[in-house]
Design a protein around this ligand. Structure first.
Ligand SMILES: [Cu+2]
Length: 646
């Protein structure tokens, strides 16, 4: 393979910065009446509507909203409402007793979120906290000293204090492992539905983690009396700076500045610097001693994974994940779509982020079957590096919105968040720096500058994956005879086996109906997807699939920087999942499954493979890299493989 020098990939174009200075949002936090917290928001309605004119206007608004919702297809669903009050169950782990991840009750009445007061400098410009790259900011001893001090103080707080490090960890452990239940009406004490709450596997992933970090950062800042304090971001997608994708040295022992509070013992000893994080990481191959890529190959794979998981994803659904509404239960053994139930559907960003978790934790260690800390949603937030990792994920959400459309035929589609009420009105609670419980909506999270922070511009390295050009297709790929391969059985049992499996996918042209459903103006703005529907993954199994188009020869060792590669799916443990299964052929008889739908965006790949019409069928090859299918009962199945437009 003749590699271009990575330096050649430096792209000098200056991308417009994603951060826009916010307008003034200087409202202060106000306490809200208890009645509003009990799901009786409409109690003042009758007095407000006492004259007929108002009633008429309200009727028009209602009709308009109803039409809008019908148009957006959201009329049957309701936004998920969640809090840490009420029901809370323990979280099972493989080693040791179930964990208590419940949170302390608030000492005062919960309050509604208000945007923070953002100070201005003498020139009248807003002063935003600046999150800087970890590999850069660790060179500033004063920053590391403060950062370490903030965590030392957080770790010294008593267990009863919701700001303590223990309780900060519990926030992730509980919201991410079904400890709580979805609620029916607004307010943290609204009645519960029977459905367990899970903030991964859907459009809640990015907003929830953003607000979690927002409060975490403010708590750290307040503990060192520094309102300008900002978390660093672990810039693992950066393949330009030598050390950016390594575990930043300030999180490791023997650092030049005291940093004990930033250290965590449960990290993979085989992944210490100068190893760089590998987004194509395959723990099974590594255990077999067969993952022997050079650093340069790893960097190319990293660029190609970022390109496929972020740059080629243009719809909100592709990048943020699928809808999560009342009734969505991706921990259920079955999902009845016709009854309005929705399976989990992670976005491209979430799947890329999973690999960084997996790579950092203690995978392949039989003494640590839970792959703690980072490799398991239960334990991940016990490692201070978690917040720095998620700071980068948060940054990439901002970056995504600025990436030009080089994907759709129109070339003019803007990357935008969802605009549906179900998304915007989704509600969570967090504890703030004053120990108050705050009720936050997803709509509050969409603009980081309104939240008072920004990220250092690293567009030079971002551009390396945004404008990445995968290697030319293999000779054996191209318009092959797709008729040699079976189509997936719709609603049937399709297996993802030990060996790669290939299916023929019949394609069709998009229609104006597809455009209408996706909320775009015309068919040329649509994103074409290959969708693996309702993949059934036993809770007790670890999973990773890489998918290739028109390359049925693809196998576990096929490089990911090729034109035929279209993306990755990984399933991280959340709940009782045995990571040791990732390296053994054994499987459990657990009948607990997670049901997820996986979406691969193929516009750019089809173009590279010379497929410019909609009459050409394609071959989709799924290469399983995690635990293996050992039988119909224990392997991975999916209900359908289909083409879809977003
Ligand atoms: Cu999480």
């Amino acid at each position: 393979m003749n590699f271009l020098e990575l330096d050649l990939l430096r792209i000098p174009t200056t991308r417009a910065k994603g951060i826009i200075m916010s307008g003034s949002n200087f409202r202060s936090t106000k306490r809200i009446p208890q009645s509003l917290l009990q799901g009786r928001q409409g109690s003042g309605r009758s007095s407000a509507l006492k004259n007929g004119q108002q009633l008429k206007r309200a009727a028009y608004i209602c009709a308009f909203v109803f039409c809008l919702q019908a148009l957006l297809g959201t009329v049957d669903a309701d936004p998920v409402l969640a809090s840490s009050l009420g029901f809370c169950k323990t979280v099972p782990v493989l080693k040791g007793a179930p964990l208590h991840c419940c949170l302390p009750a608030p000492k005062r009445t919960p309050i509604r979120f208000r945007f923070p007061l953002i100070p201005r400098n003498l020139a009248g410009r807003l002063f935003l906290r600046e999150r800087k790259p970890a590999h850069v900011v660790q060179k500033d001893p004063e920053y590391v000293r403060k950062y370490n001090l903030a965590y030392a103080r957080m770790k010294a707080l008593p267990d009863t204090d919701p700001r303590s490090f223990l309780n900060q960890w519990r926030v992730h452990c509980s919201f991410c492992n079904e400890a709580f239940k979805q609620r029916k009406t607004p307010g943290p004490l609204g009645p519960e539905t029977g459905v367990p709450l899970q903030v991964h596997y859907s459009w809640t992933f990015l907003p929830w983690h953003r607000m979690y970090l927002y409060y975490h950062e403010r708590i750290l800042g307040s503990l060192i009396n520094d309102p300008t304090f900002a978390l660093p971001f672990w810039n693992w997608d950066n393949q330009l700076d030598q050390d950016a994708a390594m575990i930043p040295a300030m999180f490791l022992p023997n650092f030049s500045v005291p940093n004990a509070a930033l250290f965590d013992e449960f990290r993979n000893p085989n992944h210490m610097p100068p190893k760089i994080l590998h987004l194509g990481y395959n723990s099974k191959l590594e255990a077999e001693g067969k993952q022997n890529l050079t650093d340069k190959q790893i960097r190319y794979e990293n660029l190609c994974v970022m390109y496929n998981q972020v740059a080629t994803k243009i719809s909100a659904r592709d990048f943020l994940g699928g809808p999560y509404v009342v009734g969505t239960d991706n921990s259920a053994a079955t999902v009845n779509v016709s009854a309005g139930e929705v399976p989990g559907e992670s976005g491209g960003m979430e799947n890329a982020h999973n690999v960084a978790h997996e790579w950092t934790g203690l995978i392949n260690d039989p003494d640590h079957p839970d792959n703690e800390d980072m490799g398991n949603f239960i334990y991940a937030a016990r490692d201070p590096i978690f917040y720095s990792h998620h700071s980068n994920v948060d940054r990439l959400w901002d970056v995504w919105k600025t990436i030009p459309d080089k994907i759709t035929k129109s070339g003019s589609r803007k990357r935008m968040d969802y605009t549906s009420r179900d998304f915007l009105d989704t509600e969570f609670t967090f504890y703030d720096e004053n120990q108050d419980m705050v009720i936050v909506k997803v709509r509050d999270s969409l603009d980081s500058s309104k939240l008072g922070y920004k990220f250092t511009d690293v567009s030079e390295s971002d551009n390396m994956w945004i404008y990445y050009e995968p290697m030319p297709p293999h000779q054996s790929s191209g318009p092959s005879n797709s008729s040699d391969y079976p189509a997936a059985a719709p609603s049937g049992d399709n297996y993802i086996g030990t060996d790669p499996v290939s299916f023929r996918l019949d394609r069709r042209a998009p229609t104006s109906e597809d455009a209408g459903q996706s909320g775009v103006k015309n068919v040329d703005q649509l994103q074409e997807n290959v969708v693996l529907e309702k993949v059934k993954i036993p809770h007790s199994e670890y999973a990773r699939f890489d998918v290739f188009i028109n390359y049925p020869a693809a196998n576990r060792q096929t490089h990911l920087y090729m034109s035929e590669y279209v993306g990755t799916f990984t399933h991280l443990p959340s709940g009782m999942v045995d990571m040791s299964k990732a390296v053994s052929e054994s499987s459990s008889n657990s009948d607990e499954f997670r049901i997820v739908t996986i979406r691969y965006s193929v516009n750019a790949a089809l173009k590279r493979l010379g497929i410019t019409d909609y009459n050409t069928d394609i071959v989709v090859t799924i290469v399983s890299k995690g635990a293996r299918n050992t039988g119909p009962k224990t392997g991975f199945t999916f209900s359908n493989l289909k083409q879809d437009f977003q």
